[in-house]
Write a protein that binds this ligand. Structure first.
Ligand code: NDP
Length: 275
């Protein structure tokens, strides 16, 4: 990984940039338009939104206001829990596409594994994929048992599983399963929402390279082969978070960071959520 534009090949051949820009909790309108434009200027090409973030319109507006050709961008959105089931997913997708003002997305994801619904949702995702409305399909927050259950009844296996992943939650079991099934892992809340940025070991490792703890974490993601999508509304942080392609953590440093794992979640547990 030498540059912000480097990509990973998903199992269907689609290329997805290693580094993306997350827009959860960025307000629709001015705020998200500005943030996405800054991210695009900084070189990000992968933007991660969702129906529930209620900022797809602003994301779409920012895309329309850039000169970057559509096929150089990688746009992800997600079907929210209340939009799951076959017909509802088809409708949710249509609404997302309208709001984004696009004629296809690059990746459509199931946001959470809603029991009793995710298989029907997946059938709709397969149809949307086969019809070319989305270049790739995947899931978020699926544990191994969810993936096994989905895959035994599906035609197409997910190309991506977006999960909470940071040095306090290294998700070895899910990552091993995904690696052996050629499902790309993508990290959400890679910075644990800023909670890890004063960690002494991360500070010490970063100092050696003239890098911040955020750089160290994001680089650790990439070296684990995990796509990462940090969010910020601050111009200098959006630029700074992309400055991770000019250093390489040693194997020893990777092990030190892995050892910070406490199986500690920032967000809800996929086996125990009620929204
Ligand atoms: P992150 O781990 O990306 O952390 C974002 C927080 O860290 C913000 O408060 C931001 O503040 C701060 N921050 C960012 N960069 C820096 C920096 N260099 N130094 C100090 N502070 C920094 O958390 P998110 O929860 O936003 O996760 C990233 C993305 O993942 C989301 O935006 C969304 O796209 C996706 N996601 C997906 C989920 C799913 O269920 N599939 C769930 C949650 C997130 P500020 O903005 O003020 O700079």
């Amino acid at each position: 990984m030498k540059s912000i534009q480097d990509t990973v090949r998903l199992h269907n051949g689609v290329r997805m940039p290693h580094l993306g820009f997350g827009v959860f909790k960025i307000e629709d309108g001015k705020e998200v338009i500005h943030a996405v434009k800054v991210a695009l200027e900084a070189g990000y090409r992968n933007i991660d939104t969702a129906a529930i973030y209620r900022n797809e319109e602003g994301v779409g507006q920012a895309i329309r206001e850039t000169d970057i050709p559509r096929d150089e961008l990688f746009i992800t959105t997600k079907v929210w829990n209340k939009g799951q089931g076959y017909d509802r997913t088809m409708n949710s997708f249509g609404r997302s596409l309208d709001k984004l003002g696009l004629d296809y997305v690059d990746l459509y994801l199931i946001h959470w594994p809603v029991e009793g619904l995710y298989k029907e949702t997946w059938k709709a995702m397969e149809k949307l994929y086969k019809e070319g409305h989305t270049k790739a399909i995947g899931v978020c927050n699926f544990n191994v048992h969810h993936l096994e259950d989905l895959m035994k009844d599906s035609e197409i296996k997910p190309m991506v599983n977006q999960i909470e992943f940071h040095p306090r939650l290294i998700q070895e079991e899910v990552r091993m399963f995904c690696d052996s099934n050629d499902i790309q892992v993508e990290a959400w809340s890679p910075l644990m929402h800023g909670k890890l940025l004063d960690h002494p070991e991360l500070i010490q490792i970063g100092r050696h390279y003239g890098k911040s703890p955020a750089h160290v974490i994001l680089r650790w993601d990439l070296q684990h082969g995990v796509i990462t999508i940090p969010k910020s509304v601050h111009e200098e942080r959006i630029y700074a978070n992309a400055d991770i392609f000019d250093f390489q953590l040693t194997q020893e440093e990777m092990v030190i960071i892995d050892a910070l794992n406490r199986n500690e979640r920032f967000g809800p547990d996929p086996d125990d959520f009620d929204f």
